[in-house]
Design a protein around this ligand. Structure first.
Ligand SMILES: [Fe+2]
Ligand SMILES: [Fe+2]
Length: 326
């Protein structure tokens, strides 16, 4: 039975990866059409109200081709009338992603201070700092300077704390009939942002079977450890993440050094990254790593800030959360 479950899990993971590879080729086709930027909605239903102007022959052809393509790619014909509305960029090209929407994409704030560091003073800070430094030792031994692989594997862990914290705050809000101050959303946003880092890295580095197995094991351990840590001491949990993010900034800086020196090839940026961070069409791996590093710096600040709120004896909801902080 256990073997069956494990086999199903592995098959699911492999299928998921193949699916994302199919996605990227579709996107590249679209990106050759026009510039990135805004978007608008169209209803994917038969009851579309005609616009004020009569469409030209080429527009009709284009619409026909799009409708045909939509029919070809449709997986399930929904009896319930449920479908994702068709979304387009400002330039009329179709939005190719289901995993994020145009209004979730953004330009990374690269002006953020990458050097900022929280000096551990009190006991819990020191515990958090030492824990992270300790966790770095096996990571350094295992990955050495294989920064692509290292980033991909660590992003599978990095997306966990925001989800755990967000989930626990959500449950607390329900239990106590109180607002969260926006922290549920802020932490879930962080988890989603980290997951997008992973979806990007997986386009650049294909995980091997034993790395997938390692992820399963690490996720099982880390999720439970962080869950318990957050229940016992949210201030410790947020401080640990703050220091993990400081380490992530360091790792991505080393990654950039290897790209600059030519040790790692500066390949074309994956299509998903170009859309998510609104990068230019000719963006490269260096641009992608630069924006991911900026994201990590933002997560560092948010988590140290959350830990500081707890250290001041307050609840997170006492201070408005930095929702949409990138
Ligand atoms: Fe990340
Ligand atoms: Fe991170």
């Amino acid at each position: 039975m256990n073997r069956f479950v494990a086999r199903s899990l592995m098959r699911g993971l492999i299928d998921g990866c193949e699916h994302s590879r199919r996605g990227i080729s579709t996107v590249r086709e679209h990106q050759s059409v026009g510039a990135l930027g805004g978007f608008y909605w169209t209803r994917a239903m038969s009851s579309v109200v005609p616009g004020p102007t009569t469409p030209t022959v080429s527009e009709k052809k284009e619409k026909g081709a799009e409708a045909k393509k939509s029919d070809e790619t449709a997986v399930v014909s929904s009896y319930w009338g449920v479908s994702r509305p068709r979304i387009k960029r400002e330039d009329g090209t179709e939005w190719p992603w289901n995993c994020f929407m145009p209004w979730e994409s953004y330009k990374a704030d690269l002006s953020i201070d990458l050097q900022k560091h929280h000096v551990p003073k009190v006991f819990l800070d020191k515990v958090a700092y030492r824990t992270v430094k300790l966790l770095r030792i096996p990571t350094d031994i295992f990955f050495k300077r294989r920064y692509g692989c290292r980033a991909m594997m660590l992003e599978t862990v990095a997306a966990v704390p925001g989800m755990v914290g967000g989930m626990l705050l959500h449950l607390r809000s329900l239990r106590k009939f109180e607002h969260s101050g926006g922290w549920i959303k802020a932490l879930l946003e962080e988890a989603e942002n980290e997951r997008m880092h992973l979806m990007t890295m997986v386009e650049l580095v294909k995980p091997k079977w034993y790395e997938r197995l390692l992820v399963l094991t690490v996720q099982g351990v880390f999720f439970n450890a962080y869950f318990i840590a957050y229940l016992l001491s949210p201030k410790l949990a947020h401080r640990i993440v703050g220091y993990l993010e400081e380490e992530a900034i360091h790792s991505y800086t080393e990654y950039l050094k290897d790209i600059t020196s030519g040790a790692i090839e500066n390949v074309q940026a994956p299509a998903i990254a170009i859309d998510y961070w609104k990068l230019p069409k000719d963006a490269t791996l260096e641009d992608v790593v630069t924006v991911i590093r900026a994201d990590e710096a933002h997560h560092r600040d948010v988590n140290h800030f959350a830990a500081d709120i707890h250290f001041q004896g307050k609840d997170l909801r006492d201070s408005p959360a930095p929702v949409g902080y990138h």
